[in-house]
Write a protein that binds this ligand. Structure first.
Ligand SMILES: O=C[C@H](O)COP(=O)(O)O
Length: 220
């Protein structure tokens, strides 16, 4: 399990957070290994199906055995029971589509990173007052970079990461970073259902490397 600061450092160093779910355990593990080979050291697996918990536990085992420095977080956490379950399963960080105060209290007390999804200044203020440091702007494509630049000065102490509909193009990523985000969350545009369906892992690896290089160039 990672400390809050370590999880923030690893996510910000890579400048992006890949996220995915697959009901199939072996595909879930194959994507994890592919991302690791591409240079990724923090991944969000999303809790979006009945198989999520058993897949996640197996992924933690594989991570411990083969890629110990990889942080494995859990996303789509919507209630305290889920947070407690994945805390026991060893998740390194937690992400929600919305702000869930009891999840924030539980995880902050445990010293684990919680990044709630927020869509309005009111939600961001509530999260900040609860002790949250890292905000997932969600859905990123609905809010857009202009929302980020509009609120950036109001929240100097918070870290922002848009997620949801975030494109992998240079123009999109550059616009987000220029607006003040510290990382971008990337799901289906990076790891599509089709690519997983056909086990096209080399496509994920190539795309992930391209995006990591792009972010490095943009931030120079
Ligand atoms: O919470 C995460 C988002 O649902 C991921 O969205 P995306 O697949 O459009 O990147």
């Amino acid at each position: 399990m990672s400390t809050i600061q370590n999880a923030i450092d690893v996510i910000l160093k890579q400048g992006m957070l890949p996220l995915y779910f697959n009901s199939d355990e072996s595909k879930s593990i194959a994507v994890l290994k592919t991302l690791y080979n591409a240079g990724i050291r923090a991944v969000e697996y999303t809790s979006r199906g009945p198989e999520a918990l058993s897949n996640f536990k197996k992924m933690i085992e594989v991570r411990n055995a083969e890629m110990p420095e990889m942080l494995l977080g859990i996303g789509t956490i919507k209630n305290l029971a889920q947070a407690e379950t994945y805390y026991l399963a060893g998740a390194d960080f937690f992400i929600s589509p919305g702000f869930v105060p009891e999840v924030a209290s539980f995880l902050i007390a445990k010293g684990v990173l919680y990044a709630p999804g927020c869509m309005t200044p009111t939600e961001i203020i509530a999260a900040e007052n609860a002790g949250v440091k890292f905000i997932k702007l969600f859905p990123g494509n609905i809010l857009g970079p202009d929302f980020m630049s509009g609120i950036r000065d109001i929240f100097p102490d918070l870290i922002f990461m848009p997620t949801g509909g975030v494109d992998t193009t240079r123009q999109s990523i550059e616009t987000w970073f220029n607006a003040g985000v510290s990382a971008v969350g990337m799901g289906s545009k990076l790891i599509s259902k089709e690519v997983m369906e056909f086990d096209a892992y080399e496509t994920i690896e190539k795309e992930t490397k391209r995006v990591l290089d792009l972010i490095e160039t943009i931030r120079k």
